[in-house]
Design a protein around this ligand. Structure first.
Ligand SMILES: Cc1cc2nc3c(=O)[nH]c(=O)nc-3n(C[C@H](O)[C@H](O)[C@H](O)COP(=O)(O)OP(=O)(O)OC[C@H]3O[C@@H](n4cnc5c(N)ncnc54)[C@H](O)[C@@H]3O)c2cc1C
Length: 302
């Protein structure tokens, strides 16, 4: 009877669903990010073939050769035919500083469950930037960083950040403290937490479909995103590459490393191809847009 049970279990555990072998190999593994953060893949559904399978339903045709499947995925990506990409899902366990979580949670298309500091006591874990991330305010981008500050200044800032976080955590513990002798009750956790700074770490489970994950990555793995969220997004891109390699390639080709060209920009390129010397003043573009266009094409000219 035991043997039969074992056989039954073996049958149960042999899934008929598609799996992605490279992703399977890293499932549950903790990938460290920043000083205390991490990413862990908890579960996923589908692979490259799930997208093709869904897309072919719309055309009423069966499975084709691998090369045709790859071409189809590229076509879907190029033409922003998005719903087949929603057939794949992935669930992460994430740990990040609270100020990163605030940016993260602006992405409304995921399912989220976050650590409750009303229910549980916060760990004494806070983010301290590495010295090479201590940069001054950018002079050209109001939302960005400029040069790294001198080392003595960076060390001073780090020391103060650490001191402040520790002091706040001390008070947090003090607020929570009960005293049986004097019958002093501890403050409710939901109130005690309010003096903790946003560099303290939080955790969440985050589930999202592939289409919306790619949208998230196109914004947060981009150079305009803040470093502290970008490092998570860059690691997630590597996970996407393992999970759905054809989608990853198409995404890099048609989204991440591509650029949306306005009509005015296309007109400039046409004029340039005809040999005309176009300057910003005669381009019809503002300084900022002109700068962005030149930044992409100056590599070609050098
Ligand atoms: C570099 C950078 C700087 C930023 N700076 C700021 C800032 O200064 N201040 C600030 O407040 N935010 C800022 N943000 C956040 C930004 O404005 C977006 O809120 C965030 O990136 C989420 O994007 P999203 O809405 O496209 O994503 P998601 O919420 O994941 O939505 C994905 C897509 O679904 C659709 N969608 C989802 N929900 C709705 C809805 N309710 N109605 C209509 N369509 C919906 C939209 O097409 C959307 O693009 C910044 C983001 C980046 C990347």
């Amino acid at each position: 009877m035991d043997q039969n049970n074992d056989l039954d279990n073996q049958e149960i555990f042999q899934t008929k669903r598609v799996i992605s072998p490279e992703l399977e190999a890293i499932i549950y593994q903790t990938i460290p990010i920043l000083d205390h953060g991490f990413i862990r893949v908890i579960d996923y559904m589908g692979d490259d073939s799930a997208i093709v399978q869904a897309a072919r339903v719309s055309y009423g045709r069966g499975t084709k050769k691998k090369s045709e499947d790859q071409a189809l995925i590229k076509y879907l990506m190029r033409h922003r035919h998005t719903t087949p990409f929603e057939m794949c899902e992935i669930k992460f366990h994430l740990k990040m500083p609270m100020f990163v979580a605030r940016q993260w949670l602006r992405h409304r298309t995921a399912n989220v469950n976050e650590y409750s500091a009303r229910y549980s006591i916060m760990d004494k874990e806070f983010y301290l930037p590495d010295l090479d991330q201590m940069s001054s305010q950018s002079m050209i981008n109001n939302q960005g960083r400029g040069n790294i500050v001198p080392e003595d200044q960076a060390v001073d800032i780090r020391n103060r950040l650490k001191r402040d976080a520790e002091q706040c955590y001390d008070s947090y513990e003090y607020f929570l403290k009960e005293d049986e002798d004097t019958q002093k009750a501890g403050l409710a956790r939901e109130l005690a937490r309010m003096n903790l700074p946003v560099n303290f770490y939080t955790q969440m489970y985050w589930k999202i479909d592939l289409h919306n994950l790619l949208h998230f990555l196109s914004l947060r793995a981009d150079s305009h995103a803040q470093y502290e969220i970008r490092v998570y997004a860059e690691e997630m891109l590597k996970i996407v590459e393992k999970w759905v390699p054809t989608v990853y390639e198409a995404f890099m080709q048609y989204r991440a490393k591509s650029m949306l060209l306005s009509k005015a920009s296309i007109d400039i390129l046409k004029r340039k191809l005809k040999g005309e010397d176009v300057a910003q003043e005669s381009s019809g573009l503002g300084k900022r847009e002109w700068g962005e266009l030149v930044a992409v094409f100056e590599d070609l000219e050098n």
